[in-house]
Write a protein that binds this ligand. Structure first.
Ligand SMILES: O=C(O)CCC(=O)C(=O)O
Length: 257
């Protein structure tokens, strides 16, 4: 195992409280075996072949929808963010088209998922002060096959200065080699990057984003479609409604343009 690789074994032994402590300390935590092989097969059957789509464009099939309320996942998120949470964004991605610059680097540029300085953007979904991205990886990640890179502890770095250029922290970046069915929670300030599949094979993954109920986005965001909310289960519905509710706490020190 490369010294740049985070060992997976310790995560297998962690109690929920130890996972919470790891997330707080390092800004990410691996949750092993969240999705069963049978559930992965259903997701691939429903969605496989699609390069990438945002659920705001199209609500997914029932197998992906079921990920939102996975009990182990909700328990882990609520330990870190409190009982009142919202599910506000998801993307299904297979990364079939690889940017030549990313291929040469072996990964995307290190980044955070919201840049208040990006000119002219109008998507405020990732702008709230307290949220978590949960990457579900549906194949085994390897060193040259799509590792997730994280900069452990970078959620503690301030927004200002560092936000423009995360690559300066590349020397501290480590690979998380999730196995198929693992989920990785990473804090909204944790610098990270998706790794390239050098084989060129697809890398099916689903990213589910949840925020603390109080942490409103910094600008208006679309609500989930009314028909999705109307047929949602009793457990799911409270996670879906009120995506603009809460308090706008500006973590950036600037008003987003
Ligand atoms: O694919 C991954 O593991 C991370 C993806 C990512 O960070 C992004 O698309 O912004």
């Amino acid at each position: 195992m490369s010294e740049l690789t985070v060992a997976r074994a310790p995560f297998l032994e962690m109690t929920p409280q130890q996972r919470q402590a790891h997330f707080t300390e390092w800004g990410y935590v691996l949750l092993p075996g969240v999705v069963t092989p049978e559930h992965i097969a259903r997701i691939i059957a429903e969605e496989g072949g699609e390069n990438r789509y945002d659920w705001i464009e199209r609500w997914p099939g029932p197998a992906q929808e079921a990920l939102i309320t996975h009990p182990g996942l909700l328990e882990a998120i609520r330990l870190c963010y409190g009982a009142d949470i919202r599910f506000f964004k998801s993307v299904y991605a297979e990364w079939r088209e690889i940017d030549p610059e990313n291929k040469a680097r072996g990964r995307q540029r290190l980044h955070r998922d919201y840049d208040p300085d990006a000119p002219g953007h109008g998507d405020f979904r990732n702008s709230c002060a307290a949220w978590v991205n949960v990457g579900h990886y549906l194949i085994d990640l390897e060193v040259d096959e799509g590792p997730l890179w994280v900069v452990p502890g970078s959620h503690r770095l301030p927004w200002t200065a560092e936000r423009a250029e995360c690559e300066q922290w590349a020397g501290d970046a480590r690979m998380v080699l999730a196995r198929a069915g693992d989920a990785v929670m990473f804090h909204n300030r944790t610098m990270h990057a998706g790794g390239v599949m050098q084989s060129g094979l697809p890398r099916p993954s689903v990213f589910l984003s949840y925020r603390a109920g109080w942490a409103a986005p910094m600008g208006e965001v679309p609500e989930w479609p009314a028909e999705v909310v109307a047929r949602a289960s009793r457990e799911l519905r409270p996670l879906l409604v009120g995506l603009n509710d809460g308090v706008r706490v500006d973590p950036y020190g600037v008003v987003p343009r």
